[in-house]
Ligand binder design. Structure first.
Ligand code: ZN
Length: 395
C-alpha cells in the first residue's frame, strides 16, 4: 500500500511525486536528486484532491518506506500531529502578513523529528490582497528564494493564473485534474464501501469533488441538506415563503459550518491546556488565558469563513438544479447532475421558459459574487429568493 493510492484519477501527478520522493532520499544522502526541489505548487480545481496530494507527498517525504501509510510518521502527518509538517490555511479571506512571517521563522529551523520540514499552504491564491502594501506573498517569496536546507514548501491553488508570477516562477508545478464521475464512483465503492447506486449519485452531485462525494455517501445530514435545496425552488410560492426559505438556508449553512469546525476547535483548546499544563497558576495561568483568548479569536474568524463557504456550496447546489432544468427545457442529450430529483426538475422546467431559467441562473451567480464581499447573507438570500420566485421583478 502507498499513500499515493488514495489519489483518485491522478496517476501522472502521483508518478511525478514518487520520483521526487526517490530523489529526495538521494538529496538526504548528500547526492544530487534533480526530481526533488524545495518549492512546489499544486494546482487543480476545488475537490481535485490538492490537499490530499500535498499530504500524501508530505507523508512520503517523512516515511522511511516512501509513504507506507501505516508507520508512525505517515499516521502523524495524516492526523496533523507531525512536528515537522505544518498545514496551514488563511483564517480569514486572506493570509495575514504576521501569519506568513511566523511560518517563515519556523521554516528556518532544522527538522525536529523527521527528515524534512514541510509547509503546506492551502489557498495560496489568497497570499496577496490589493489593500495591503506589504503583501504576505513578498514575505513568503524571500523564504522560497533562499530556502533553509531540508525545508519543503507546498503551495496549493485552484489554477496557475491565481498565483502571482514571482512565486509561480520559483515553484515546480504539479497539475491535478478533476476526476471523472466513474472514477469517483469506483473509489466510493471500493474504498469507502458505498452502495453502487448511492456512490453514482454522490459522484454526479459532487461533480468530481471527492471530499463532498465522500460526505454525501457517509452523512445523512449532507444528503438531507442537498435534498432541501432541490425542493427549495418549488417552495418559493409567496414572499413570506421566500423569507422563511432564506432563514432556513442560513440555518443549514450554520449546521454545516459547526460540523466542519467542531472537532478541530475542541482539539485546539485541549492542546493549549496541554502546553501550559492543567491547573496552571500565576504567570502560567495568565498565559493560558491569553492563549485561549487568541485562539478564540482565530476560531471565530475561521467559523465565519466556514459559514460563508457553506452558503456558497448550497448556492452551487442550487445552480446545478437550474442547470439541469435548462437541460430538460432544451431537451439536451446530457446526463442530469441531480437525476434523483427528476420530478422537481421537470416541474420547474414546465413552469418557466428557458429564458427565465437563464435569468435565475444569472441571479444565483450574482448572489455568489455579492456574498463573497462580506454582505449579510440572510438579506441577500431573501432578495435572491424573491427574484427566483418572480424573475420579472429583477433589476
Ligand atoms: Zn510510512
Amino acid at each position: 500500500m502507498s499513500v499515493f493510492d488514495g489519489l483518485v484519477g491522478q496517476e501522472m501527478a502521483a508518478h511525478e511525486l514518487q520520483v521526487a520522493v526517490t530523489d529526495a532520499q538521494l538529496v538526504l544522502g548528500g547526492q544530487a536528486g534533480p526530481a526533488m526541489t524545495h518549492a512546489w505548487l499544486f494546482v487543480g480545481p476545488p475537490g481535485s484532491g490538492r490537499s490530499l496530494a500535498a499530504r500524501a507527498f508530505a507523508q512520503a517525504l517523512q516515511c522511511k518506506e516512501g509513504g507506507c501509510g501505516q508507520c508512525k510518521d505517515c499516521l502523524d502527518v495524516a492526523n496533523r500531529t507531525h512536528p515537522d509538517v505544518v498545514m496551514t490555511e488563511p483564517v480569514g479571506v486572506h493570509y495575514g502578513v504576521e501569519d506568513v512571517r511566523e511560518l517563515v521563522a519556523q521554516a528556518s529551523g532544522s527538522p525536529i523529528r523527521g527528515r524534512w520540514r514541510v509547509f503546506i499552504l492551502e489557498d495560496a491564491d489568497r497570499l496577496e490582497s490589493q489593500q495591503m502594501d506589504w503583501k504576505p506573498a513578498n514575505v513568503l517569496l524571500k523564504a522560497i528564494e533562499e530556502p533553509a536546507p531540508h525545508t519543503v514548501w507546498i503551495l496549493c491553488a485552484p489554477s496557475l493564473q491565481d498565483v502571482i508570477a514571482t512565486i509561480k516562477s520559483r515553484c515546480r508545478v504539479v497539475s491535478l485534474r478533476t476526476p471523472s464521475a466513474s472514477e469517483v464512483t469506483e473509489v466510493l465503492i471500493t474504498k469507502y464501501g458505498a452502495e453502487p447506486e448511492l456512490a453514482a449519485a454522490a459522484a454526479r452531485i459532487s461533480q468530481g469533488h471527492i471530499g463532498q462525494a465522500r460526505r454525501y455517501v457517509r452523512d445523512e445530514d449532507t444528503r438531507n441538506r442537498h435534498s432541501d435545496v432541490m425542493n427549495l425552488p418549488a417552495s418559493l410560492t409567496t414572499l413570506d415563503a421566500c423569507i422563511e426559505a432564506a432563514a432556513q438556508f442560513v440555518e443549514a449553512a450554520d449546521e454545516r459550518m459547526k460540523d466542519s469546525v467542531k472537532g478541530r476547535d475542541t482539539q485546539e483548546r485541549e492542546d493549549v491546556r496541554q502546553v501550559y499544563g492543567v491547573g496552571a497558576r500565576g504567570i502560567e495561568a495568565r498565559g493560558v488565558a491569553k492563549a485561549l483568548n487568541d485562539l478564540e479569536k482565530t476560531q471565530k474568524r475561521r467559523a465565519k469563513r466556514a459559514r460563508s463557504d457553506a452558503v456558497d456550496l448550497a448556492l452551487l447546489d442550487l445552480l446545478s438544479f437550474y442547470r439541469d432544468v435548462l437541460m430538460v427545457q432544451w431537451g439536451a442529450d446530457v446526463s442530469l447532475i441531480n437525476e434523483e430529483f427528476v420530478t422537481q426538475l421537470h416541474a420547474a422546467a414546465a413552469g418557466a421558459s428557458p429564458e427565465i431559467t437563464m435569468r435565475r441562473i444569472e441571479e444565483v451567480l450574482r448572489t455568489r459574487a455579492t456574498l463573497s464581499g462580506n454582505a449579510a447573507p440572510r438579506l441577500v438570500l431573501e432578495a435572491l429568493f424573491a427574484t427566483l420566485r418572480d424573475p420579472a421583478v429583477a433589476h
